[in-house]
Structures are given as C-alpha cells and as structure tokens.
Design a protein around this ligand. Structure first.
Ligand code: FES
Length: 277
C-alpha cells in the first residue's frame, strides 16, 4: 500500500551518518567552483549540487563543508539548502522521477500519471522504492506545458506522457534498459546529473534535439509574419503591430504533436524513444 504524503513527511530526516563521502577532492572542487565567481558565495548553489552528487543528498557534513569553503555559517547554508526543492534532505534513489501536477499537466493527465506511479512503485510522494532505484516526486510547472503532461527523469523531459508510458518508463529504468529523453541526453544516474548541475559537464549537453515544433511554434509564426522582437523605442511600433494583429489562439498554438500522425518529437528526432500505449 503506497504511503501518503503525510506519512512521508513524518519519516525522520537522517542526520549525520558519520561516514561522509566528502573528500579532499570534493573540497578542492568546491574551491574551484567558488573561484569561478567574482564573489565566492555565488557558488553556493552549484556547490550544493556537488554535495548531492557525492553524498546522494545534502548532508550536515556537506553543509559544513560549503560553509567552511565560503566563510559562511552552517545556518546560512542550511537556509539556502532548505529553500529550494531541488536540494534533498533524504537520500535520493538512482533515478529521480518527477511528475508535473501543475494546472495544465494535471488536467491533461498528470494527476492520473502520479496516482498510477505511486501505486505501481508502491511509494508515496518524495519516497524511494525499496530497491533504491526510483524516487518519485510530484513537481510544479517545469515550463514544458507545450508537451503536457510531462514527466522528468533527473530533470530530463519526457513529453505527452500517459499512465501506460510512464509505467513503462520507470520499469525500463529499474531494469537497467537504456533510456533516452525525446529531447535530451541519454539518462544517467541522479548523482551523475547532479555533478553536471554543479558545473562539471559530462560532454553530452548536445545530445538530442534542441527544441521540438511545439516549442518553436511562436518562432515559426514570427518568421512567417515578419515579426521582430521589440528593440527599445525603435521596436515599439513592431510590438504594437504585433499586438494589433489578429491571430486566433488555435493558429498561434499550432497543432499538438499528439494530434498528428507523426508526433513532433518523431519529426525532430527521426526516432521516437517514447513508449506508445
Ligand atoms: S504545467 Fe506541467 S510543465 Fe507546465
């Protein structure tokens, strides 16, 4: 029986385990990150991602290490680490699976997908499967509404999802099958992705397409109608002309990928890795 959110939040947060994985190498990389900014404390966010890549979560030892390197107090670092939802106090599984349940995704099926995954994985929100493979979390809008409902794996998008395709996705991840985002890189582990977010590229940033047709519909319309971006006072007449132009919402939105015989990501990729229902 899946636990509900209230049960999940009642599970104590593990404090220090006494066997921190932070090493001198980690500290040296923290100093390297701090040196990239005019003011070192600007590196705190990437440093916390680095802590997660090493520890699997933000640990008390990681907080103290960041504080030492940046000359901050532990309380100051904790205030940041507990504010942003991408920083995790509980250990995250090998893959972080996010289901957008914000308004548009929710009405397009996100709520149903989240309920199906909770049941299929036998976990509640922000909980990890017994095999340590999947941490499931409902997430807020990821600005990917043009492909709603979306699911993320380690923040890589999976578009136009259904309960069936989401179930297949988590099954593939648990079985170790190679999984590719339809508009991103091959899925790596959450810790590896955290290292990239920390600012240590893995050389795969350019894998996959840069944008699908649904995302580029506005750009296509602007080109067709010879619209340009406003440029101060000189551009105001363009903006006014654009505002006066009568474009129906349907025309502006363009066809949904799922309405087409060949979905948009297929057109972009030439190879749709999504699972059909
Ligand atoms: S509502 Fe889900 S990405 Fe915007």
């Amino acid at each position: 029986m899946a636990n509900d959110h209230a049960t999940a939040t009642n599970v104590p947060v593990p404090y220090s385990t006494g066997d921190s994985a932070i090493t001198e190498t980690t500290i040296a990389e923290m100093r390297e990150l701090a040196a990239r900014y005019p003011v070192g404390r600007s590196a705190l966010l990437p440093m916390l991602h680095l802590v997660q890549s090493v520890e699997g979560r933000v640990t008390p030892e990681g907080i103290e290490a960041c504080a030492d390197v940046l000359g901050l107090t532990g309380a100051e670092v904790s205030a940041v680490a507990t504010f942003y939802t991408m920083y995790k106090r509980r250990p995250v599984g090998e893959y972080h699976v996010g289901v957008c349940t914000n308004t548009l995704c929710a009405v397009m099926g996100g709520d149903l997908i989240f309920e199906r995954l909770k049941s299929h994985l036998d976990v509640g929100n922000d909980e990890t499967t017994e095999d340590g493979k999947i941490t499931l979390e409902h997430i807020e809008c990821n600005a990917a509404c043009d492909y709603a409902p979306v699911v993320t794996v380690n923040w890589e998008f999976f578009d136009d999802m259904t309960p069936q395709s989401a179930t297949q996705l988590v099954d593939d991840l648990r079985e170790g099958t190679e999984v590719k985002s339809p508009r991103g890189a091959t899925i790596c582990s959450w810790r590896e992705a955290e290292r990239v977010l920390a600012g240590f590229p893995d050389g795969r940033a350019d894998e996959g397409p840069t944008g699908g047709k649904a995302s580029l519909a506005g750009l296509r319309l602007a080109r067709e109608r010879n619209w340009t971006a406003p440029n101060g006072a000189a551009g105001s007449s363009n903006a006014a002309a654009a505002a006066e132009s009568t474009v129906s919402p349907e025309a502006a939105a363009g066809p949904r990928p799922s309405d087409q015989p060949g979905k948009e990501s297929q057109a972009v990729n030439g190879n749709d890795s999504r699972k059909e229902d």
